[in-house]
Design a protein. Structure first.
Length: 275
């Protein structure tokens, strides 16, 4: 059994605000340890449940946040940016299941540090007409490769969101959302135990199936018109509203690659305080 962990940071134990997840800050250094502890707890459970290989793909910001020197000995770490499938790099390597660890809710919804790819310039993303979190987008990509979503961790609202796109997945709420920048947090000793227990149990559902390749449509709404104008320069991307673009793709793999381009182009059009 080969399992992949897509590890984001906003939904890690204790994280509640910008400084906790921005590389280079004092708080980020602190929460790198808690983030790594969440990953290690998950690896422990996956191995106990029968995983023979665990690949951890860094999925947050610089994608250089986890502490390799403290990583569980049974895991391998895929770290660094500019990966073709970004948060889901490795899903195409015959994995038997995927864990979404440290995930968060979608842009335009409630949740601790809620966003979709861009931290505060995207107000909504829709996959085939349904408002989509990063989890929903990534689950659709996993389905294309026949890999079930085994476990999702994050705040309580992230776990509710997961039930809508991966109903059979186990969930662990490491904190309860109070606002975008506040949460009731469980201590690491508790969350580690819960993550390990859930990961062990979730392995019962591991097993690759035949993937289903199908066309998809993604629409993205920004908080400013010039970002939509910039994104619409990308071939196949249409301006469908003052702040909204949309595009169709023959597969979820192509859709996610196009979405990555759209977000990069839009991010490059952001100008200082005015966005």
């Amino acid at each position: 059994m080969r399992i992949m962990i897509s590890a984001d940071m906003e939904g890690a134990t204790g994280v509640t605000w910008t400084g906790d997840v921005v590389p280079g800050t004092e708080q980020w250094q602190r929460f790198r340890r808690l983030f790594t502890a969440d990953v290690n707890a998950c690896v422990t459970g996956l191995v106990a449940g029968g995983a023979e290989q665990v690949i951890v793909n860094e999925a947050h910001s610089s994608q250089r946040n986890l502490l390799l020197e403290d990583l569980h000995a049974s895991a391998r770490l895929l770290t660094g940016r500019h990966k073709p499938l970004s948060m889901m790099q490795g899903i195409d390597s015959d994995v038997d299941g995927v864990v979404f660890l440290g995930y968060h809710t979608a842009a335009g919804t409630r949740g601790v540090l809620a966003h979709t790819y861009l931290e505060n310039s995207i107000t909504g993303v829709w996959l085939d007409g349904v408002l989509a979190s990063e989890g929903r987008l990534n689950a659709a990509l996993a389905a294309e490769y026949g890999a079930p979503v085994l476990l999702v961790t994050g705040d309580d609202l992230t776990c509710e969101d997961a039930a809508s796109y991966a109903a059979s997945a186990w969930t662990v709420a490491v904190k309860e959302c109070v606002s975008r920048y506040a949460a009731v947090c469980l201590p690491p000793a508790v969350t580690s135990s819960q993550i390990t227990e859930a990961a062990t149990a979730a392995m019962a559902a591991a097993g690759r199936s035949a993937g289903v390749v199908a066309p998809h449509r993604i629409e993205v709404e920004f908080d400013a018109s010039h970002l939509a104008d910039a994104a619409a320069v990308v071939p196949t991307v249409d301006l469908i509203g003052v702040r909204r673009v949309g595009f169709d793709a023959a597969s979820m793999t192509e859709a996610m690659k196009a979405f990555k381009v759209v977000t990069h182009v839009a991010a490059g059009a952001i100008e200082g305080l005015y966005g």
